[in-house]
Ligand binder design. Structure first.
Ligand code: ADP
Ligand code: MG
Length: 206
């Protein structure tokens, strides 16, 4: 029987592939039209490489990260690769996670992205979805919310983060070459990050 973590990654892979054209079209506006293609290729490889029956969330996430790192390419490959590997380290040995655990995993993923990409909030990147999502998530957990309720708040914040990316100029990554012309466009990485969070929420709900 496939493990729960395998099924969750599989859902993320499905959703990323479903949104391949959207992500690529967004990247066409302010980048090089490959974000969806990159991510879909990476997650196809993930589907082949991750162990189906290993319940260890840390092991499966680390393998996911390593596979993304070696197959996605572009800026987002190393960043998503690191995010999954760091989340995996935070979940090492666990076969189930609490709301607090997920908060720690998301925090570790963000810290990994920031260490690797040297971006902060407000530079029109995936962090503009992830950082507000993490803040909203932790606030809900502090009130005693369960993981799905907290993820609902996180997804709302991530979607607001996407809207925010339309209003700002890119100062990191390929989109920064456009300067002010990047304003008015939605960031592809913030979009894929939000799709990921929504898929995890829907998986845990279902
Ligand atoms: P590339 O820009 O190399 O073609 P992708 O198109 O796959 O790579 O990914 C672009 C996305 O990567 C951007 O939309 C942005 O969200 C994200 N990104 C780029 N640079 C950084 C960075 N330094 N930190 C965080 N995210 C970044
Ligand atoms: Mg690109």
């Amino acid at each position: 029987m496939p493990s729960r973590i395998y099924e969750c990654i599989e859902k993320i892979a499905e959703k990323i592939k479903e949104n391949k054209d959207l992500l690529t079209d967004l990247d066409r506006e302010i980048g090089d039209a490959d974000h969806g293609v990159n991510m879909a290729r990476g997650f196809s490889a993930v589907e082949e490489k991750i162990p189906k029956d290993d319940d260890d969330i840390g092991v499966v996430l680390k393998k996911t990260g390593m596979t993304l790192l070696s197959t996605v390419g572009g800026a987002s490959g190393p960043l998503y690769g690191t995010a999954y590997m760091e989340a995996g380290k935070a979940a090492a040995g666990k076969t189930e996670i609490t709301a607090e655990d997920f908060g720690a995993m998301l925090g570790a993923a963000i810290a990994g992205i920031q260490k690797r990409g040297k971006a902060v909030q407000g530079e029109k990147t995936m962090l503009d979805a992830l950082i507000p999502a993490q803040e909203a998530y932790l606030a809900k957990v502090a009130e005693g919310a369960d993981i799905v309720t907290a993820l609902d708040a996180a997804c709302d914040a991530a979607n607001k983060g996407i809207e925010f990316t339309k209003t700002i100029r890119a100062t990191k990554g390929r989109a920064s070459y456009l300067g002010d012309r990047s304003i008015g466009h939605q960031d592809p990485g913030a979009t894929s990050a939000t799709i990921t969070l929504e898929t995890i929420r829907d998986f845990l709900k279902g």
